[in-house]
Design a protein. Structure first.
Length: 195
């Protein structure tokens, strides 16, 4: 059973994250930032990961702390649910079109953290979400997951479409990377024998 729960409590935030990697993409996310909630639900749906998440904290100050901690906790939950990563594909990539926008995501569950995010936006916000927080979320997700994430907006007009397509592409890439590779058997997908 590739499931795990992470609780994270600091002076600034309180989070509960439950994941089931072999789910169907069902998501229950409690978060006062509507656009971010929508993106987390979108990520879960396209990754086919069942996700239950509750975020609370100092949103009256700034959503930065909760968004960053959500990335850390979600990444940690996924990493722990994967265990030693025996028999998984390890890497995945996907290009996702959303209307006029096109994005690409590549993931390597290597045990090493890296983020490369290339995205330009017309505005500073999407709904109630500050777009500069994307970097914080994805950096924290890569750290918690111990993975290399490469995310790129290739083009698009609508900031909403660009961001949503990024989360969809990442979800699909994660789905591929976490998938069981029947040809690999019980092997760890690394020449080193460990990830």
């Amino acid at each position: 059973m590739r499931r795990h729960t992470v609780e994270r409590t600091t002076r600034e935030t309180r989070l509960l994250v439950e994941v089931d990697i072999d789910g169907r993409g069902r998501a229950e996310v409690e978060c006062p930032v509507g656009f971010f909630r929508h993106m987390l639900e979108t990520l879960a749906r396209h990754a086919a990961i069942d996700l239950r998440m509750s975020l609370a904290g100092d949103f009256d100050v700034d959503p930065h702390h909760a968004v960053e901690d959500a990335g850390l906790a979600l990444g940690e939950a996924l990493r722990r649910a994967l265990g030693d990563k025996r028999g998984i594909r390890r890497a995945g990539c996907f290009c996702f079109p959303m209307d006029e926008a096109l994005t690409a995501a590549a993931v390597d569950l290597s045990g090493r953290t890296a983020l490369r995010l290339e995205a330009k936006f017309r505005g500073r916000r999407c709904g109630d979400f500050e777009l500069s927080l994307l970097d914080d979320f994805f950096t924290a997700l890569a750290e918690g997951l111990a993975a290399a994430l490469h995310l790129r907006v290739l083009y698009g007009r609508s900031d909403h479409h660009k961001v949503e397509a990024l989360f969809k592409a990442l979800g699909r890439a994660l789905r591929e990377a976490c998938a069981v590779d029947e040809r690999a058997g019980d092997e760890i997908p690394s020449t080193k024998g460990v990830l």
